[in-house]
Design a protein around this ligand. Structure first.
Ligand SMILES: NC(=O)c1ccc[n+]([C@@H]2O[C@H](COP(=O)([O-])OP(=O)(O)OC[C@H]3O[C@@H](n4cnc5c(N)ncnc54)[C@H](OP(=O)(O)O)[C@@H]3O)[C@@H](O)[C@H]2O)c1
Length: 248
């Protein structure tokens, strides 16, 4: 039976690229999304064309009930879970801290930090040896913002990504003897719709000259690193955060 990976936020951007590359690598894939049902279906079609099973599940990964339903759907329809990519994320609204609304702060922290915690909980409860699982791998999506702090626009986003790095380091140690590796990828500026969603459609063009490699990255370049961290090629790698940032 093919290994199964659940990728949150896989209808677009980095998650979608990771889903297709996972199918190339031999995984059956659960494509989670929030609103973009048509895009999720298009990703599923690409996966099925490669001869792999694809399951699309609408679920808000900022909500515990939705997360539980998401994992139970994978149990029922794909029958096992070998890997989790905690990818879904939002920037929130760019602003100075004195203009930050409580609701925006809460939404960013729930989506980018609490959601991945609860998804990791569900994955560990299925994959850990002590729970009858066969082990597995978790990859969390951080951001260069965790190091840079994103002053004047996205400190709340940066802090959520700092939190996911702590989750990665701590959980890697907690579940290492349970056959589960936990790592994170820390992308720099990647060309996806996340910037337009944040009201900054020209962000990539603006930042590209400041990147040491003088360009932004592609979703596929991030996905390649995620697939490496999921694979046996990284069998002795855990608790690590890999920069994919063109030197930024
Ligand atoms: N792009 C960058 O420059 C960059 C840099 C560093 C880190 N990252 C991180 O990489 C990850 C992916 O970013 P991206 O650029 O690919 O973003 P994107 O193109 O905006 O795609 C975001 C994906 O997440 C899903 N999503 C958002 N909120 C969700 C929720 N509450 N529940 C379920 N799914 C949700 C979206 O679903 P719908 O399509 O249904 O809305 C979509 O599939 C994020 O964690 C982001 O912080 C991105």
């Amino acid at each position: 039976m093919a290994p199964v990976v659940l990728i949150t936020g896989a209808s677009r951007g980095i998650g979608a690229a990771t889903a297709v590359k996972a199918a190339y690598a031999g995984y059956d894939v659960c494509i989670n999304y929030l609103n973009s049902a048509d895009s999720a279906t298009a990703v599923a079609s690409k996966i099925e064309a490669l001869g792999r099973r694809a399951l699309t599940v609408q679920a808000d990964t900022a909500k515990e009930d939705d997360i539980i339903r998401l994992f139970e759907t994978v149990d029922r329809d794909l029958g096992r879970l070998d890997a989790l990519v905690n990818n879904a994320g939002i920037t929130g609204t760019g602003c100075l801290i004195e203009d930050l609304s409580g609701s925006d702060l809460k939404r960013v922290l729930m989506t980018n930090l609490a959601g991945p915690f609860m998804c990791a909980r569900e994955a560990v409860s299925r994959m850990a040896f002590k729970h009858g699982g066969s082990g597995g791998a978790i990859v969390n999506m951080s951001s260069a913002a965790a190091k840079l702090g994103s002053p004047f626009e996205f400190i709340h986003y940066a802090a959520s990504k700092g939190g996911i790095e702590s989750l990665t380091v701590g959980l890697a140690k907690e579940v290492a003897a349970e056959g589960i590796r936990v790592n994170a990828v820390r992308p720099g500026m990647i060309n996806t719709e996340i910037h337009a969603s944040a009201g900054m459609p020209d962000r990539c063009e603006r930042i590209a000259p400041t990147v040491p490699m003088k360009r932004v990255g592609t979703p596929e370049e991030v996905a390649d690193t995620v697939l490496f961290l999921l694979s046996e090629k990284s069998s002795y790698v855990t608790g690590t955060i890999v920069d994919v940032s063109g030197g930024r």
